[in-house]
Ligand binder design. Structure first.
Ligand SMILES: [Zn+2]
Length: 866
C-alpha cells in the first residue's frame, strides 16, 4: 500500500475512533478482560473455516488459510483478532470481503481498521503460516493444546471463551497419517503422497476447545449402546492394547450414559473420539468429540494398582463430564475455570462409584481430595477457589490443587446444603438455560439460591472467594468420668480477616469397644456438641470422624497420644483414614515427632486391611523417610523399612497391593541387599510371585538403580549407572518411552558435571518441550541422594520460573517447582527459597510467588524440625 493510502487509512481510523467516542488504544499483549468484554459486546455468530497444510518435516512451516465470518454490532472502531505466533508463523495476506486490507499487527493482535468493516456480516480471510508452539509437533505426529488461550499462538482468532464459534476444518497431511478433530470426517482423498481430509462444521465451541491431531496413529473402533467410538493411539505393545481396549470403551460408554441421565440432555456434540498421547502434558483435555489423554493413564500395565484403575475411570469420567460442564456451558471468563473443573471432578466421583462396588467411595473421596487440597491450603501460598484474572496470559497460574481438589469438597458441601435432588434440578436448569453459551458462578449460585432457605451467597464468600481453611480445635471438660461439656472452636488462620466457615462436622468419640459419632453443624466461632454431654469420657476425640469436614482439624494432646500409638485399632476404615490425616497435620505442625509417625506406619502396614489406606500410609511413609528423617537416621531405619515393605509385598494376595508395596520399595531402597535384589528383579533373573512388571516398571527401576549406582550405596557389581541406563534404553520397545529415557539419561549420570551441563541445557525453551521428560530429569537431579551436588541449581531453577510460565503449559510452573524442591529438607535450602522470595523484582506475578510458597511448604516445615 502506498504511503498516501496508509495516511488516508490512519485518518479514517482516527475519524472512526472519534466517532466511537474515544481514542482507540492498541490492545495489550495477551487477551485482557477489557478487550474480551469489548469484543463480546460487538461480535457474534462467529465461524472459522480453516485449512492447514502439514508437511512431513516437523521443522517445516505449516501454511494455512482461514476465513472468519462474524456479525459486528458496529464498525465505529477497529476490531482486533488475536495472533501471536512464534517465529515459525506469520501473516501473509489479509482480505476483508475480498479486498486487501492493511491491518496493523501489534502486541500479538491483528487490528482490522474500522472502515474496512461494516455493521452486520463481515468476512475476513487470512493467509498465514501457523505458529507451532501449541501444536506439539513430533517426528510423525502433532496435536493441539489450546487451553487456556493458546489457539492464537497457532492461528488468528478471537481467543476468549465467550466468543464461541462454529469451526470447519480441512487438513492436508502426509499420506498414511490418521487425523481427528472436533467435527466428524466428511471426506478424505489422497494424491501425490498427500491426503486431504475435511471435517464437518462443529457446534459452537470456544477457542480453547478447538482441537485436531494428525500423525501415525493406530485406530481402534467400537460400538457401545448404538454409539460408534474411535480410539487413536501409538502403543506398540499389542497385548497391552488388547488388555485395555474394551475397558476404555466401556468406561466412556457408562460415563456418557450416566451424564445423559443426570443432566437430561443427550450428548451434545455428535461424534465421539479420543486420542491417547504418549507423555501428554495433562491427564486429559476435554475437546468436544476429540478428547485427548495421557496414554499411560489409560493403557494400564499388568502391575497397575487398584488406585490406577480408579484413576483411569475417574479421568475418563472427568473428561466425559466436561462435554456438558465446560463444553456445552462454558465459563464466561477464565476466573471461573474452577467451575468446569469442579463439576467434572464432582460428576466423575459420582460416575465411577457404580463401576467399583467393592470400593469404599467415601474413603476414596477423602483420600483423593483432602490431602492434595491441604497441601496447598495449609501454606502461605494458598489461593481462593475463585481468583480474579485481568489477562488470559496469566490464566495458566489459576490451575492447581485448590481448583482440582478443594473445589470438589466445597461442591459436595453445597450439594448437601441444597439437597441432592434440588441440586441436580438446579444444574439441569443451568445447563439448559446456557446451552452452547457461557455462564458465571454467580449466575449458578443465584439459580440455586432461589431453591433453598440457606444463604448461599454468604456461604460462597468464605469457601469460594477466600483462601485457607478454618483451624478447628476441641475443648473437653470432664466431671466424674463423664463429659460435662465438649466445645468445638474454629478460628481464621488469618486473624485480620476473622472469617467463619459454615460446615457440617462429625465428632467421633472413641471408646475401647466402640466409636460414637455425633453430627454437629459448625456455624459459629464456637459451638457446643450438646449431645456429648453426660456420655462417658472417651479415649480420644476425633473431630472429623467421618472425614466430611474441611480444615486444619487439631487433635487435643490426649487424643493425639492415644491415636499416634493405636490408630490401627479403629475398626472403621474411613474413621481410621481421617485419624491418619489428622496425625499427618500434627506432624507437619510440629506436634508429633516424625519418628513417631514413621513408627506408627511400620506398625500399621502389616495390620492395615484396606488397600486405599495402605496407599495413604505408604505415601506418608515416603515423605517422612525422605524429608523428615536425617540421612543418618534414614540409614539406621532403612533395613527395617525395607523388611516391612518386602513382607507386605510377599503377603499381599493380589497384583494391586503388591504393586503399591513394590513401587514404594524401589523408591526408598537404600541397603545393599535390597538394591542387589532390585537389580536382579530388573535384570529379570528374579521374579516376584504374583506381580508382573511392565516396561514402565523396568524403566522406573532402572532410574532408581542408576541414581543409587552413582551414590556409592550399591556394590561395585551394580555400580555402573551408564550400563544400567543404556541397557534399559536398548530393551525399551516403545519408541516414545525410549526417546524419553534417552533424554533423561544425562540427569541420571553419576558425574555431577554431566548433570550440570544437562541442567544448563534447560535454559533453552526448545529443550523443555516435553514437559514430563523434563520433570522426570529434574527429579533425578534433585534426588535426596544427590542433594549436595545439585543444590546449586535450586536458585537458578527458581529464577527460570517466569520463563517457564511464559513458554510452558498450565501445570508446568508448579510441577517444575515441586520437582526442584522435592528432594530437599535442610534449613540452608529453605533459606535459599526465602531469599529468592525476598528479592523478587517489582511486578513479579503474585500467583507465581504463591506457587513457590506452596511448593516450598514441606521444605520450610522439615527445615524447622532440624
Ligand atoms: Zn478438567
Amino acid at each position: 500500500m502506498p504511503a498516501w493510502s496508509l495516511l488516508l487509512s490512519r485518518l479514517f481510523l482516527l475519524a472512526a475512533s472519534a466517532q466511537s467516542g474515544g481514542r482507540f488504544l492498541d490492545p495489550d499483549p495477551g487477551i485482557s478482560q477489557a478487550l474480551a468484554q469489548e469484543r463480546a459486546s460487538r461480535v457474534s455468530d462467529v465461524r472459522y473455516d480453516l485449512a492447514l497444510t502439514v508437511p512431513t518435516d516437523p521443522k517445516a512451516r505449516i501454511t494455512g488459510r482461514e476465513v472468519v465470518t462474524f456479525t459486528l454490532r458496529d464498525a465505529g472502531a477497529p476490531l482486533s483478532l488475536d495472533f501471536a505466533p512464534n517465529q515459525s508463523g506469520r501473516v501473509l495476506q489479509i482480505q476483508v470481503d475480498g479486498a486487501s486490507v492493511d491491518a496493523r499487527q501489534v502486541n500479538g493482535h491483528i487490528v482490522l481498521p474500522g472502515p474496512a468493516l461494516r455493521a452486520g456480516s463481515n468476512r475476513v480471510s487470512i493467509d498465514f503460516e501457523a505458529g507451532d508452539a501449541p501444536l506439539n509437533r513430533n517426528a510423525d505426529f502433532l496435536y493441539t493444546i489450546f487451553v487456556p488461550a493458546r489457539a492464537h499462538e497457532a492461528l488468528p482468532c478471537f481467543d476468549q471463551p465467550d466468543l464461541k464459534a462454529r469451526w470447519t476444518l480441512a487438513l492436508d497431511v502426509p499420506e498414511g497419517w490418521a487425523t481427528l478433530a472436533n467435527g466428524a470426517e466428511t471426506s478424505s482423498a489422497s494424491r501425490d503422497h498427500r491426503t486431504r481430509v475435511t471435517f464437518a462444521e462443529t457446534q459452537p465451541v470456544s477457542t480453547y476447545l478447538f482441537a485436531f491431531a494428525a500423525g501415525k496413529f493406530a485406530v481402534e473402533q467400537a460400538e457401545r449402546h448404538g454409539r460408534a467410538m474411535r480410539m487413536f493411539h501409538r502403543e506398540t505393545d499389542a497385548k497391552k492394547v488388547a488388555r485395555n481396549r474394551d475397558a476404555i470403551f466401556d468406561l466412556h460408554a457408562s460415563a456418557l450414559d450416566w451424564m445423559q441421565r443426570y443432566t437430561g440432555i443427550p450428548y451434545p456434540f455428535g461424534k465421539f473420539d479420543f486420542l491417547l498421547v504418549p507423555a501428554f502434558q495433562f491427564g486429559g483435555m476435554e475437546h468436544p468429540g476429540a478428547i485427548f489423554y495421557n496414554a499411560s493413564g489409560l493403557f494400564l500395565d499388568q502391575s497397575a494398582t487398584q488406585n490406577d484403575r480408579l484413576e483411569r475411570a475417574s479421568v475418563i469420567s472427568h473428561e466425559t463430564a466436561h462435554m456438558w460442564f465446560g463444553d456445552l456451558v462454558t465459563m464466561r471468563w477464565f476466573d471461573d475455570v474452577w467451575l468446569k473443573e469442579v463439576f467434572a471432578n464432582f460428576m466423575a466421583a459420582k460416575i465411577v462409584n457404580p463401576s467399583f462396588p467393592a470400593i469404599n467411595h467415601e474413603l476414596r473421596f477423602l483420600l483423593d481430595y483432602y490431602p492434595a487440597a491441604y497441601d496447598v491450603d495449609r501454606t502461605e501460598g494458598s489461593n481462593p477457589i475463585h481468583q480474579p484474572l485481568a489477562n488470559l496470559n496469566e490464566a495458566g497460574t489459576l490451575y492447581g490443587n485448590i481448583i482440582y481438589d478443594k473445589a470438589p469438597i466445597v461442591m459436595r458441601q453445597l450439594e448437601s446444603l441444597v439437597g441432592a435432588d434440588m441440586f441436580r434440578d438446579g444444574l439441569r436448569d443451568y445447563l439448559e438455560r446456557f446451552s452452547f453459551g457461557n455462564a458465571t458462578w454467580s449466575e449458578l449460585i443465584r439459580l440455586l439460591d432461589d431453591r433453598t432457605a440457606e444463604d448461599l451467597a454468604a456461604w460462597s464468600h468464605a469457601w469460594v472467594d477466600e483462601d485457607r481453611r478454618p483451624v478447628v480445635t476441641t475443648e473437653l471438660a470432664v466431671e466424674n468420668a463423664r463429659i460435662a461439656r465438649l466445645t468445638l472452636n474454629q478460628r481464621d488462620p488469618d486473624r485480620r480477616r476473622g472469617l467463619v466457615w459454615t460446615q457440617q462436622i462429625d465428632v467421633a468419640l472413641g471408646y475401647r469397644d466402640r466409636i460414637e459419632h455425633i453430627p454437629t453443624p459448625l456455624k459459629a466461632p464456637s459451638v457446643e456438641v450438646a449431645a456429648a454431654r453426660g456420655r462417658p469420657a472417651p479415649l480420644f476425640i476425633l473431630p472429623n470422624g467421618r472425614g466430611i469436614a474441611y480444615g486444619d482439624i487439631h487433635l487435643d494432646r490426649a487424643s493425639r497420644d492415644w491415636l499416634s500409638a493405636n490408630v490401627f485399632r479403629i475398626g472403621d476404615p474411613l474413621t481410621r483414614a481421617s485419624a491418619w490425616l489428622a496425625l499427618w497435620e500434627s506432624m507437619l505442625d510440629g506436634e508429633l515427632e516424625p519418628s513417631r509417625l514413621m513408627e506408627l506406619a511400620l506398625e500399621s502396614l502389616p495390620l492395615e486391611t484396606d488397600e486405599q489406606n495402605v496407599e495413604e500410609i505408604l505415601r506418608e511413609l515416603r515423605v517422612v523417610y525422605w524429608r523428615f528423617t536425617s540421612a543418618r537416621a534414614r540409614e539406621a531405619l532403612a533395613p527395617r523399612v525395607e523388611r516391612v515393605l518386602r513382607t507386605g509385598l510377599n503377603r499381599a494376595r493380589t497384583q494391586s497391593p503388591k504393586g503399591a508395596f513394590f513401587a514404594t520399595l524401589r523408591i526408598v531402597a537404600l541397603t545393599r541387599p535390597t538394591i542387589e535384589w532390585l537389580t536382579s528383579v530388573w535384570q529379570e533373573r528374579t521374579r516376584i510371585r504374583g506381580l508382573t512388571l511392565a516396561e514402565t516398571d523396568h524403566i522406573a527401576l532402572a532410574q532408581e538403580l542408576a541414581i543409587r549406582a552413582g551414590s556409592g550405596a550399591a556394590s561395585s557389581k551394580s555400580n555402573d549407572w551408564q550400563a544400567i541406563v543404556s541397557a534399559q534404553i536398548d530393551r525399551t520397545k516403545d519408541p516414545d518411552r525410549k526417546a524419553q529415557l534417552t533424554f533423561v539419561m544425562p540427569a541420571l549420570s553419576a558425574d555431577p558435571e554431566e548433570r550440570g551441563r544437562f541442567f544448563a541445557s534447560l535454559a533453552e525453551v526448545a529443550n523443555r518441550r516435553h514437559e514430563p521428560w523434563v520433570l522426570s530429569a529434574l527429579r533425578a537431579i534433585h534426588h535426596p541422594l544427590r542433594g549436595e551436588s545439585s543444590e546449586k541449581y535450586v536458585a537458578p531453577s527458581l529464577a527460570m520460573l517466569r520463563d517457564i510460565q511464559r513458554t510452558g503449559d498450565i501445570f508446568f510452573p508448579k510441577r517444575w517447582t515441586d520437582a526442584t524442591l522435592g528432594g530437599y529438607s535442610s534449613p540452608a535450602k529453605a533459606e535459599t527459597v526465602r531469599s529468592f522470595l525476598m528479592n523478587l523484582p517489582d511486578g513479579y506475578p503474585d500467583r507465581l510467588r504463591r506457587i513457590v510458597l506452596s511448593a516450598a511448604d514441606d521444605l520450610f516445615r522439615s527445615a524447622r524440625t532440624k
